[in-house]
Design a protein around this ligand. Structure first.
Ligand code: GLU
Length: 400
């Protein structure tokens, strides 16, 4: 008798799935650190700050007062009311956002997946301004739709324009994944740029999923949200969360704001996959959104630290004239062209490996964002580490 076949053949659903490179890089950096290597990890974008104490205290209080059970799939009314109230302020006089338009999930990653899975399917094409966060491409593929990368212009912060989008559109185009401020470039779309992108989507009947998780981290005044400019939210899904602005990555709370019928469908979908996000995390997120000025003060202070890190990093990189960086206007990423770009295949991956092996700096190869000539550097870590890492990057450029 032949032995039983224990090899694993993946289902067609995940046959082409690749592990998240952003997460893989930081896990590798952690493993190397555990072996004693002094790695500076600029891989995953995760604020190094602790969650503000007031939020932690509110969650501890909630735990002692019953936040230990299931909640509604779509999230507690308290949290959804807080989210809807903020969104209503941004909508100005256009409309009032109701809690029924909000679905709370385990991180904005799940919110994005819910939206993709409920909106897109076989035969659909989804436009993805590129470079983009690595998981958009996979989420669209897991929904069995086709991700269509729309490469932006590197001389214009890799921004995409209505003309670029229409050049990639077909009669099968069903939606577009927007993101501002952009991961991995730090580009922030202006009000008129966002307005123009929404207008073309509306004209063509495309769904817009807009990931605004970095909205609060912008360095030239407030970044524009789709909530500020969209004529209607009929075909717009706003995705946001507390992870980045409030330093609450581990709490896993994200949400969508959309038209109510889509919200209902996404909640039904979530009711079969994960059900509600953790009750205590929802209490913490509600506190973040409702405690007002004392928490907002901390948020502004964190943003100022990101700005200081960006400025320090840019000043050091400017010492080496061959280094090309996309001017970072928000989020906490630097997108740097790798030496050898245009000459070496997958120059970003080659350079990222060199930085890790020879200079002890972990960064994400641009290939993860479909821009293989580049690397992404997350400066969401202590300023001295950021400065040391930038000096090492300059050294690595000069060594080539
Ligand atoms: N969004 C962050 C990043 O791009 C965290 C890791 C992830 O979820 O990809 O690094």
């Amino acid at each position: 008798m032949s032995p039983p076949d224990t090899s694993f053949a993946p289902s067609e659903n995940i046959a082409k799935l690749k592990e998240s490179a952003t997460i893989a890089v930081s896990q590798r950096a952690k493993a190397l650190k555990a072996e004693g290597r002094e790695i500076i990890d600029l891989g995953a974008g995760e604020p190094d700050f602790d969650t503000p104490a007031l939020i932690r205290r509110a969650a501890q209080h909630a735990l002692d007062h019953g936040a230990t059970r299931y909640t509604a799939t779509e999230g507690t009314l308290a949290l959804r009311t807080a989210i809807a109230a903020r969104a209503t302020v941004r909508r100005g006089r256009r409309e009032t956002i109701a809690p029924a338009q909000v679905v709370v999930s385990n991180g904005s990653k799940q919110s994005l997946f819910n939206a993709c899975f409920c909106l897109f399917g076989p035969g659909d094409e989804v436009l993805i301004p590129t470079p983009s966060w690595t998981s958009y491409y996979e989420m669209v593929a897991l929904s069995r739709a086709t991700a269509v990368a729309v490469m932006g212009d590197p001389n214009d912060g890799f921004r995409v324009t209505p003309a670029l989008l229409t050049a990639h559109a077909t009669e099968r185009t069903r939606g577009i994944m927007l993101n501002t401020p952009v991961n991995p470039t730090g580009t922030v779309y202006t009000r008129s740029e966002l307005d123009a992108l929404l207008a073309i989507a509306r004209e063509r009947g495309w769904w817009v999923i807009c990931d605004e998780i970095y909205l609060r981290i912008a360095f030239d005044g407030d970044a524009t949200s789709c909530l500020d400019v969209a004529e209607s939210l009929d075909r717009v899904v706003i995705v946001d969360g507390v992870a980045k602005a409030y330093a609450m990555t581990g709490w896993r709370i994200g949400w969508t704001i959309s038209a109510a019928p889509l919200a209902k469908a996404m909640a039904a979908f979530q009711s079969h996959t994960t059900f509600n996000a953790a009750a205590v995390s929802q209490a913490g997120a509600a506190a973040a959104l409702t405690l007002g000025e004392p928490v907002e003060l901390v948020v502004r202070a964190m943003v100022e630290q990101f700005r200081a890190r960006r400025d320090a990093a840019m000043a050091i990189l400017a010492e080496e004239p061959t280094i090309r960086v996309i001017p970072p206007e928000g989020a906490f990423y630097l997108f740097i062209q790798a030496p050898g770009a245009g000459r070496v295949s997958d120059a970003g991956t080659v350079f990222a490996a060199q930085l890790l092996e020879k200079h002890n700096v972990a960064v994400v190869p641009g290939a993860a964002f479909l821009a293989p000539d580049w690397i992404r550097v997350a400066y969401s870590t202590d300023i001295d580490q950021v400065k040391t890492a930038m000096r090492r990057i300059v050294t690595a450029f000069r060594a080539r």
